[in-house]
Design a protein around this ligand. Structure first.
Ligand SMILES: [Cu+2]
Length: 171
């Protein structure tokens, strides 16, 4: 073995564990916990979202329902487009923007698909109403009842989370 290859082997020994450690660190679950929601101190520094909310309600559903729907109108009172990325609620695993879709070649049939974001242009109102786009209460932990209010938090990119109390109504 030449001196050079011994040297190379030594470098490998030194480098490989470091590389493994690096890889390990980037594995899901091994990284430093990065909170999905901004920490309270950070959230306080973010400005309130420039929105006006009206007519918000959660659709009353039978106790066996898996997912629920929230309907509301959101007016962007700011000067720039807003991005609604979803949110959280006290009755579901997540709150996700959903688009109601027409199925190709099937008159009257509808489906839905996840939207990564809903964009609301400056001065515009996004209206989510039954039969159309909605916010889905994804995987409800329990089905909220008429008479109660659901705590809904909406996330707009760049703004503090917006919390609303939303009544449950029958359609
Ligand atoms: Cu849905």
């Amino acid at each position: 073995m030449s001196l050079q290859s011994v040297f190379f082997a030594l470098i490998l020994l030194a480098v490989v564990p470091a590389a493994q450690a690096q890889q390990h660190h980037s594995m899901p679950g091994m990284t430093m916990p990065v909170p999905a929601q901004p920490a309270t101190s950070t959230a306080k520094k973010l400005p309130a979202a420039p929105v006006k909310i009206s007519g918000a309600f959660v659709q009353a559903l039978p106790p066996s329902a898996a997912d629920g729907s929230v309907y509301l109108s959101i007016t962007n009172t700011g000067k720039a487009a807003l991005k609604l990325t979803g949110g959280t609620s006290n009755v579901s695993k997540a709150v996700t923007p959903m688009q109601q879709t027409k199925m190709e070649g099937m008159a009257g049939m509808t489906g839905m698909k996840d939207l990564p974001t809903m964009i609301i242009k400056a001065g515009q109102t996004l209206t989510l109403s039954p039969g159309g786009n909605h916010l889905m209460l994804y995987r409800m932990k329990r089905v909220p009842q008429v008479g109660e209010k659901v705590t809904l938090t909406l996330n707009f990119t760049g703004y503090a989370p917006l919390t609303l109390k939303v009544p449950v109504k029958r359609l």
